[in-house]
Design a protein around this ligand. Structure first.
Ligand code: ZN
Length: 124
C-alpha cells in the first residue's frame, strides 16, 4: 500500500463545554491538520494522488474554520470542538470529496494538532 500526507494550518478560537479547567474558557490554537491518503495502486505517472489536488481539498475545508470561533459553526454549536471531533469532521469532509476518485484511494487518518506536542487522530 502507498500513503501520502499533506498538512495545512489554520487559527481558530474555541471553548470546551463541560470541561473543568482552563479549556472551558475561550482561547485560540494554531491548528495543524495532517491528512493521510492510502491506496494500493499508482496512476500512469506514478502518483497515488496529486498533492496539489489534496491540498486544495484540505484548504477548502480549513478556510471555513480559519479565524472563526468554532463553537459558533456547525456542527460545533452542539458538538464540542475538541481536536478529536475536529479530526473526525475533517476526515468525513475530505472523504466525501474523494468519493469520485476511481483509483481506490481512501482517507487513512486525519490528525489535528492543537499544539506541537498534542494531537488527536481519527480513522475508520
Ligand atoms: Zn483548546
Amino acid at each position: 500500500m502507498f500513503e501520502i500526507t499533506v498538512e495545512e494550518t489554520f487559527s481558530s478560537g474555541h471553548a470546551l463545554r463541560g470541561y473543568r479547567g482552563k479549556c472551558e474558557n475561550p482561547h485560540g490554537h494554531n491548528y495543524r491538520v495532517r491528512v493521510a491518503l492510502t491506496g494500493p495502486r499508482l496512476n500512469s505517472i506514478g502518483l497515488l494522488y496529486d498533492f496539489k489536488q489534496l491540498k486544495t481539498i484540505i484548504r477548502e475545508e480549513t478556510e471555513r474554520l480559519d479565524h472563526q470561533y468554532l463553537n459558533d459553526l456547525e456542527p460545533f454549536r452542539e458538538m464540542n470542538p475538541s481536536a478529536e471531533n475536529l479530526a473526525r469532521f475533517l476526515f468525513e469532509r475530505v472523504r466525501d470529496q474523494l468519493q469520485h476518485n476511481p483509483e481506490g484511494v481512501t482517507v487513512r487518518t486525519v490528525t489535528v494538532y492543537e499544539t506541537d506536542i498534542t494531537a488527536a487522530v481519527y480513522s475508520e
